[in-house]
Design a binder for this molecule. Structure first.
Ligand code: MG
Length: 373
């Protein structure tokens, strides 16, 4: 089997697709989306196409090495997002070639269904409690909420943390203690504010506190994890096993969150999960992207023993994109049974979709200076 064509498309609301065709008629899909840079990422995929044409798509590990190591410049969000999308498409092809889901080729399933969470917000404690209760009534036993709605100064007034505690306490009160609440700080806090925040929410027993500080300085995160009394998660802005090695060795982490469209793809995320397993750290793949990225996550979730929970958005279930959208039932998605990534794209509907030029929103402090988003 040989790769004959590599093509890309931007699809709304902010995603992208790579389509890899073969001389045996098998077609694979991947999602190389880098949010806010989707056009740049698909250009990077197209630059790599000459290295793929004529190659056997079953040599996934070899082609990963060709694209990653052969490029000389390596890693980072752009190159590994392009590589991730390509790698997902190769797995889709190989699964379809063998007629089995990808997880069957990665050791087989180690669970019967996949636990999901959804993002839940609310501007006031009352609204947050109602939204949390609605998620519980839909069958979820887990949600994630944001730590802060707006910009946070390096040292801010007590109000930001007070408001967050009031909202999350109302959620905890509404859903009870047989329910998990994760909190995403989105890298908005300085280490000092992050420690104040982690201290304030510790008694609400969060499942994890995510990205309490920004990812560039691993030592800053390491110092925080030694002081915080809550489980700490990070990883959506880390790329490849090499970056995860450093956070796992330096930080007292509880959860790693590789993004299968950024960290290097399916095999690389399985390797990252195995590194985490050696530290008794859980896997909760990041996925605010589309149905192809989510389908890739489900394949890895199925076969990693340390899987904890899977992020998704309602759009990612694929209504309008997939012939049979994914279904969340009682807070879980059933093990996919279809070959490859286990989904069938509605190719006609997707071909007719408009392009997009989605840009990452900007956040400003009150004095006009740039705030971390
Ligand atoms: Mg996050």
């Amino acid at each position: 089997m040989k790769i004959t064509r590599v093509s890309c498309q931007l699809i709304p609301p902010r995603w992208s697709l790579v389509r890899i065709e073969t001389d045996e008629g098998i077609v694979g899909y991947g999602e190389p989306t880098l949010e806010g840079h989707a056009r740049t990422a698909i250009t990077c995929v197209e630059e790599n196409a000459p290295l793929l044409i004529g190659e056997d798509p079953r040599r996934i590990e070899h082609l990963w090495q060709v694209l990653y190591r052969g490029a000389f410049y390596r890693g980072g969000p752009l190159l590994t997002s392009a590589l991730s999308g390509i790698e997902q498409a190769l797995w889709d092809i190989v699964g379809k070639y063998h007629g089995v889901p990808v997880y069957e080729l990665l050791g087989g399933p180690c669970r019967d269904r996949i636990r999901m969470y959804r993002g839940v917000g609310g501007a006031t404690p009352e609204a947050a409690a109602a939204a949390a209760l609605a998620a519980k009534e839909q069958g979820f036993d887990c949600l994630k909420t944001g730590a802060a709605d707006g910009a946070c100064r390096l040292i801010d007034t007590p109000r930001i943390v007070d408001d967050a505690v009031a909202r999350i306490a109302a959620m905890r009160e509404a859903v009870g203690r047989d329910f998990d609440i994760a909190i995403d700080c989105h890298g908005r806090f300085s280490p000092a504010m992050a420690l104040r925040f982690c201290d304030a929410v510790a008694d609400l027993t969060p499942m994890f506190v995510e990205e309490p500080v920004l990812p560039e300085n691993v030592d800053a995160l390491a110092a925080l994890t030694r002081k915080a009394r809550v489980p700490i998660a990070t990883g959506e802005r880390l790329y490849t096993k090499w970056e995860f090695r450093e956070v796992l060795e330096k930080c007292e982490l509880a959860v790693v969150q590789p993004d299968l469209s950024h960290a290097g793809g399916i095999s690389e995320s399985k390797k990252i999960a195995a590194l985490a397993e050696a530290w008794y750290v859980a896997l909760a793949p990041h996925c605010p992207l589309g149905p192809v990225a989510l389908a890739a996550c489900l394949q890895v979730d199925a076969c990693c023993p340390n899987f904890l929970v899977q992020e998704h958005t309602p759009d990612a279930l694929g209504k309008g994109y997939l012939r049979q959208p994914l279904v969340v039932e009682n807070g879980h998605i059933a093990l996919p049974t279809g070959p490859g990534l286990g989904i069938e794209l509605d190719e006609e509907a997707i071909a007719a979709m408009p392009s997009h030029d989605w840009l990452t929103p900007q956040l400003r402090h009150a004095d006009g200076s740039v705030a971390d988003w």
